[in-house]
Design a binder for this molecule. Structure first.
Ligand code: AMP
Length: 190
């Protein structure tokens, strides 16, 4: 499946370890080189700003989607290829989901997890067949992956859904996995 655009969910903070900002920049640059449009939350702050800056600097296309109310708090990025200003968080997520051929979360906070889990649950339910990926920088997502295993162990999720998630440790691994991605969805209630 050839990917033309990718939604990246990531922190509006920088994180404590410099590796988080570094990998955000690396991914931004890589998406530009692969001619994959970056779709993201439109902010200028934290890892979100870093990925956008790096992608733009490498001549990539960057689409931002930001709610009116957050334009000043998260500081809307002024130099994007396109900035969509929307009314609500729900509109933001819907547009970010529609605009992209796949989703990846980099380390981030509650917002990042919320956005990623929404698209993952939509995949489970068969609303889309786009890849849902975790870029496990610095093993940041290990506790989350352990939680998913716990969910399965306790009978609240089928292993097949955990297996749908593409987990990569590096940007290169992530890009390689995308190139091999083929939808193999079993809808939850199918
Ligand atoms: P965080 O990971 O908490 O730094 O947030 C990353 C991004 O997710 C920021 O742009 C937040 O505004 C956004 N965000 C937080 N909560 C939500 C939500 N419920 N729906 C959509 N975006 C959100």
């Amino acid at each position: 499946m050839s990917m033309k655009s990718m939604t990246v969910f990531c922190g509006s903070s920088t994180g404590n370890d410099p590796i988080y900002m570094e990998v955000a920049r690396e991914l931004g640059q890589k998406l530009a080189h692969e001619q994959i449009t970056l779709v993201y939350g439109g902010a200028q702050v934290g890892c979100m700003g870093a990925i956008a800056d790096a992608c733009l600097a490498a001549n990539g296309n960057v689409l931002g989607v930001i709610p009116e109310k957050l334009k000043h708090v998260e500081i809307a990025h002024p130099g994007l290829t396109q900035l969509h200003v929307v009314k609500s968080m729900h509109e933001r997520k819907a547009l970010m989901a529609d605009l992209a051929d796949g989703f990846v979360a980099l380390p981030g906070g509650a917002g990042t997890l919320e956005e990623w889990f929404e698209v993952f649950t939509w995949a489970q339910l068969g609303y889309h067949q786009k890849p849902c990926c975790l870029l496990n920088v610095n093993r940041y997502f290990d506790p989350l992956i352990a939680m998913l295993d716990h969910i399965i162990e306790q009978g609240f999720m089928k292993p097949a859904y955990r297996d749908m998630i593409i987990i990569a440790s590096t940007v290169d691994q992530f890009i390689d996995a995308l190139k091999c991605y083929a939808p193999r969805h079993k809808a939850k209630w199918g």
